[in-house]
Ligand binder design. Sequence first.
Ligand code: HEM
Length: 368
Amino acid sequence: MVRSFEKVREEEINVMMEKVEKAASSSSPLNLSGLLSSLTSDLICRIALGRKYSSDEEEVSNTYNVKEIVRKTMELSGSFPLGEYIPSLAWIDTIRGVDDKVEEVSNKIDSFLEKAVQEHVADHADKERSDDFVDILVSIQREKTMGFEFGNSEIKNLILDVFLGGTATTFTLLEWTMTELMRHPECMKKLKDDIYSASTTTAKLYVSEEEVANMKYLKAVIKEVLRLHPPVPIILRGLCEDIKLKGYDIAEGTLVIINAWAIQRDTETWGADAEEFRPERHLDTLVEFEGQDFMYIPFGSGRRRCPGIRFGLTMAEVTLANLVKRFDWRAKVKPLGDDKPDLAEATGVDVCRKFPLVVFPSCALFSM
Ligand code: HEM
């Protein structure tokens, strides 16, 4: 299924490349964060819903701006809901307005998803097509073969899972990757060499997913970014039964908070340079994404680990290969003359940059 959407990825990446090219030819600053966020939400929209629902689209009102909905949900999920930890203080959440904001966002999400499902149900009656995720879910609903309730609510919940799980995470990975590469020009240079030597197409053309498969350094760069900047730094588990761990009794229902961010920067396992960005460390190691190496869990671990690993990585790898191959990148210089992008982090369940990454791209292929 991931491979079957290659064409959609190519089309959307090319739309983005045109915008970068425009900024490059006019030497204007470019909000790369905004561009990458639109790319990931447009891509997931097309794959899950068959079409885009971005604010660029003519008749789409603010209510249906997916990018906005995802960002707000992530922000709210990361805000500290006092009532969940100290139930007697739940009233403070009401005063802070957390409850109202949650209700407002969930109403927006519900009407957006309801509209998308209704469009598919109507389309389904007209023509035989099962191109996107909702089409597949609507067919399953019609066939009534699930053996359990599978109504519009279940469909809406599944689509929401894909949106919340897939958009902000992949965008965050791309945003931090470009940040770290601009902070480490020597890594950017090595990555360019890797991309040029593995890409068989002529200079001007799109780097394909087949070519990306052979780019070893590119994969190491992404692995290192996921180590230092896991988009989901905190992983949660509720205990299903009472357990005894290292002499402690832990009751069923206890919320366990796993700090992937700290685990992945631990000097005892990663060495004295654990805080440094050094993709080379992954070139000859066998640490994998599947959650079996507990020192490295950017996609979680066990039965609840991320089901979108391939989906997210494929999107990130091919986007990055194209951005780096075709352009040279320079960050906006700050008042004190520093031209390296900062590393300030936003708050939220998904930890992206606090401030947008503003850059000046220039066409790299002309200087070859
Ligand atoms: C670089 C991109 C991504 C990262 C870093 C990431 C990371 C994660 C993490 C850490 C979890 C929690 C795992 C756990 O609790 O053990 C998770 C869950 C999840 N992810 Fe991803 N993810 C990414 C991309 C995607 C994509 C593209 C999709 C869908 C297309 C997706 C769908 C989901 C879903 C549905 C869950 C919930 C699984 C469950 O609770 O059973 N993710 N992801």
